[in-house]
Design a protein around this ligand. Sequence first.
Ligand SMILES: O=c1ccn([C@@H]2O[C@H](COP(=O)(O)O)[C@@H](O)[C@H]2O)c(=O)[nH]1
Length: 231
Amino acid sequence: MINRPVFIALDFPDGNTALNFLEPFKKIDKKPAIKVGMELFYAEGLDFVRDLRQKGFDIFLDLKLYDIPNTVGHAVANIAKLDVQYLTLHAAGGTKMMTAAVANKGQNLKILAVTQLTSFSEADVQEISQSTVTLVENVLHLAKMADNAGVDGTISSPLEAGMIQANTQSDFLTITPGIRLAGDNANDQKRVTTPAKAKQLGATGLVVGRSITKASDPVAAYQQVLNEWSR
Ligand SMILES: O=c1ccn([C@@H]2O[C@H](COP(=O)(O)O)[C@@H](O)[C@H]2O)c(=O)[nH]1
């Protein structure tokens, strides 16, 4: 298992595009850890994930499961056979759903619970909620639920990582998307910061997509992220 991972989000339309993107990374010492999300997974499926694993990549499968406990439990049991390292579900699926996932994950898979998507602002949360609970309060509530359910960590904005760390077990992971190199466009993300700041704020791992994948030199952008992260 990788310590303090930096995952490159392979948000590409198909496997060939993803593999072509990864080609120049062969010139660096260590293979990057990669995240396969819905776009690539729904294009290429399980066999592609198995191929990537066979090529030696550490894999974060970002499927954001959300269903009844029985269904999620059995889905996790199948995913655990793939030998991927991380899998996401939505904390909003509730304690029973998360407990079912944890019971079926086996020894090597880590389950991460998405709190509030980093594309959400306070106004976006209010749009889907009828309560007066703020975004940050909701993130904390969901993170505590996830910790109590035995999940390995959360997905949140780096802006909430310190708060989550302070309120969960000491080995709880706070993996954070919503990362941009200084000057890059936030695009659809609302709660963003730089890799250096995410580290200061208590993130234990990063997910970085477009700041690397859309960079004119993706390998250089990845190395910049690693430099900030390891400083
Ligand atoms: O709250 C969340 C959960 C998951 N993601 C995923 O991370 C990457 C981020 O991509 P960028 O290009 O760096 O914005 C993407 O795959 C999302 O599906 C997230 O952004 N926020």
